[in-house]
Design a protein around this ligand. Structure first.
Ligand code: ATP
Length: 268
């Protein structure tokens, strides 16, 4: 088989391009028929009820779970060694508070600078990692073992680990859950700065919350299918209060693509 050189990505090449994506896990179809393209510089929220497949979609995009059907391209390259992974930052869903990770915060953040086979971090890694910790308000905890940190602090370390790469594509799985409000705002400001520098952001959110001013477009999943791709829904005022933790779109399940009438309900 010939191995043609990868085509250089054009400026208008979608950063994320998904066609006919299907994922099955444990014998169960989790995602079906997902088509979506995210262009350079877009900030897109991924919404949907618990179990609708948001994390699975993000994990499939990043090659963490296998794709059963369809294709995924990042920066114009099919998933695999051709993807410029160095340009991708990922913040996974929050770790449980008590993990046995035998590393301190700055070591975890520095690991964000290791890519591919390169096991030696760049010379300025320490300074960059310290600066990233500062951006999430954790500079004073750089040498604290991660397992001694609270769940919210561990999440901030994972965010710093993604930020230290100065990613062109930042993918976040519920990044602000378990983080106090002032820190959430600091983090949103940081994402805003990355966006202003041209980064593309895909963020799974339970509710738009402090991210609302940044979100230009929302994708809503329901039972593993995309039912909305367009304007972000408005939070219902009477439900949009702290302490409410369940989010789901109000789309008719039989009418995919129901459009801007979708609202987010946040129930106690
Ligand atoms: N490794 C797996 N094996 C089998 N089923 C899985 C696996 N991972 C996820 N699932 C199932 O896939 C469905 C979608 O899960 P996923 O975590 O993607 O949903 P989600 O929308 O991110 O939910 P949440 O908001 O609760 O994080 C769920 O029914 C889940 O139980």
């Amino acid at each position: 088989m010939s191995t043609a050189p990868a085509e250089p990505a054009r400026a208008d090449t979608p950063v994320i391009q998904v066609e006919g994506l299907g994922v099955a896990l444990g014998g169960q179809q989790i995602l079906s028929g997902i088509d979506v393209a995210v262009g350079p510089g877009e900030v897109v929220a991924l919404l949907g009820a618990n179990g609708s497949g948001k994390s699975t979609l993000v994990r499939a995009l990043l090659g963490i779970v296998p794709v059963d059907s369809g294709t995924v391209r990042l920066f114009g390259q099919p998933l695999g060694a051709g993807v410029p992974w160095k340009r991708v930052g990922y913040v996974p869903q929050r770790l449980p508070a008590a993990t046995g990770v035998p590393a301190n915060a700055i070591e975890v953040v520095t690991s964000g600078l290791l890519t591919g086979r390169r096991l030696r971090p760049p010379r300025d890694a320490r300074a960059r990692a310290q600066a990233a910790l500062e951006q999430v308000g954790m500079a004073d905890k750089a040498r604290r073992p991660v397992h001694e940190l609270s769940g919210g602090q561990q999440q901030r370390v994972l965010i710093a680990r993604a930020l230290v790469r100065s990613p062109d594509l930042l993918v976040l799985d519920e990044p602000t859950s378990g983080i106090d409000i002032p820190t959430q705002q600091t983090f949103v400001d940081t994402v805003q700065r990355l966006h202003a520098d041209g980064a593309t952001v895909l963020v799974i959110l339970h509710e738009l919350g402090p991210f609302a001013p940044l979100i230009q477009r929302a994708l809503v999943l329901r039972h593993g299918r995309l039912v909305h791709d367009g304007a972000p829904p408005h939070a219902r005022d009477e439900h949009a209060e702290p302490g409410h933790d369940h989010t789901h779109p109000h789309a008719d399940p039989e009418t995919p693509g129901a459009g801007p009438t979708i609202t987010i309900e946040v129930t106690p």
